[in-house]
Design a binder for this molecule. Structure first.
Ligand SMILES: [Zn+2]
Length: 333
């Protein structure tokens, strides 16, 4: 069956058309569960800017047009789809598919699934969840998960994984035995808004010292500015640290210490097989230095030693995760 996965970010939207089938193809990702084995093949992708400054209705029209354009390009009709999976940048209530909180204000309290159906003129199933959940789901099935399964002889259906998107904010996703941890209202992995520093920097969520304030790209850049009085992009701060410029070295060292503390808290909460890191900062090798050794030494469970991986699927993981989420809802429940 055919499905579309949407990854809706603050700046861009990606739509993926994917085929879900019960036999394996060349490029397919196995979606292994205890009940059934399915395979996902991405057939086509398309991207557009989100243009959220134009408001919710314009963005919904934009998303609807993107889906129609993708289908037209592939000479398909909407009725040939079995469902649409959607990743949104915030906490999504599983019962109503509305966003309860997030930093893209335009989506908050909007009935996204119903509105997308209305814009498309269809009653196709639309399944929404948090984008970091989907990033993690895709990496567990098709990115770092298979590699870990092979190296440690542990099937994917047993994996406990924590995904973190270290980008403009800090998104979190937790996968337990192949399934997304949602919690009561979909906020089961909003780890970016747990306290990392008591009475620390103010967060947009209204609290102080959230992990997001220190581990996002924005947080890193603010910390550098606090030290130097100058503003510099995250990638340049890492470059300067490589060149041993003191302020940049100090900024990166502080960042790494905060990251280690944060991952230790999560290790003592979830006891994961592995972490998978995404977002712009995850591309910097400096953040991984010494982190696995620190977790092995400090975790409450003696010698619990989660691996800390950089993502493997690039920035298309969210769209693939949206298809997997939709397939889990439509085919496996
Ligand atoms: Zn916060």
């Amino acid at each position: 069956m055919l499905m579309i996965g949407l990854d809706i970010g603050g700046t861009k939207i990606e739509a993926q058309l994917a085929l879900i089938e019960s036999t394996s193809g060349n490029q397919s990702i196995p979606i292994a569960t205890t009940q059934q084995k399915l395979y996902l093949t991405v057939l086509a992708k398309m991207r557009r800017p989100t243009q959220r400054q134009q408001g919710y209705s314009a963005v919904m029209a934009n998303i609807s047009l993107l889906i129609k354009d993708l289908l037209e390009q592939q000479q398909l009709q909407l009725q040939e789809l079995a469902g649409i999976g959607v990743g949104l940048p915030g906490t999504i209530d599983p019962a109503s598919s509305t966003m309860l909180n997030g930093n893209s204000q335009i989506f908050i309290h909007q009935p996204f699934a119903r509105d997308l159906q209305q814009h498309l003129g269809t009653d196709l199933p639309v399944h929404c969840t948090n984008d970091a959940n989907l990033f993690t789901l895709a990496e567990v099935y098709g990115g770092v998960g298979p590699k870990y399964a092979q190296q440690f002889n542990r099937p994917i259906s047993c994996h406990t994984a924590v995904g973190l998107i270290l980008g403009t904010g800090v998104g979190g996703g937790v996968i337990l035995s192949g399934e997304v941890l949602l919690g009561r209202f979909g906020g089961g992995a909003e780890v970016g808004h747990t306290t990392l520093v008591n009475n620390g920097e103010p967060c947009y969520c209204g609290r102080q010292g959230c992990a997001e304030c220190y581990l996002s790209g924005t947080g890193l850049e603010r910390n550098y500015q606090n030290i130097t009085g100058q503003s510099l992009k995250g990638a340049e701060i890492f470059q300067q640290a490589d060149s041993k410029v003191k302020a940049a070295v100090d900024t990166v060292t502080t960042y790494r210490q905060h990251l280690q503390q944060f991952l230790l808290n999560l290790t003592n909460t979830f006891d994961p097989d592995y972490f998978v890191l995404g977002g712009g900062i995850s591309l910097q090798p400096a953040i991984y230095q010494g982190v696995e050794a620190f977790l092995k030494e400090q975790s409450f469970v003696p010698n619990s030693a989660p691996k800390v991986y950089q993502h493997q699927l690039g920035d298309s993981a969210g769209g693939s995760g949206a298809v997997i989420f939709c397939a889990e809802k439509e085919c496996l429940t």
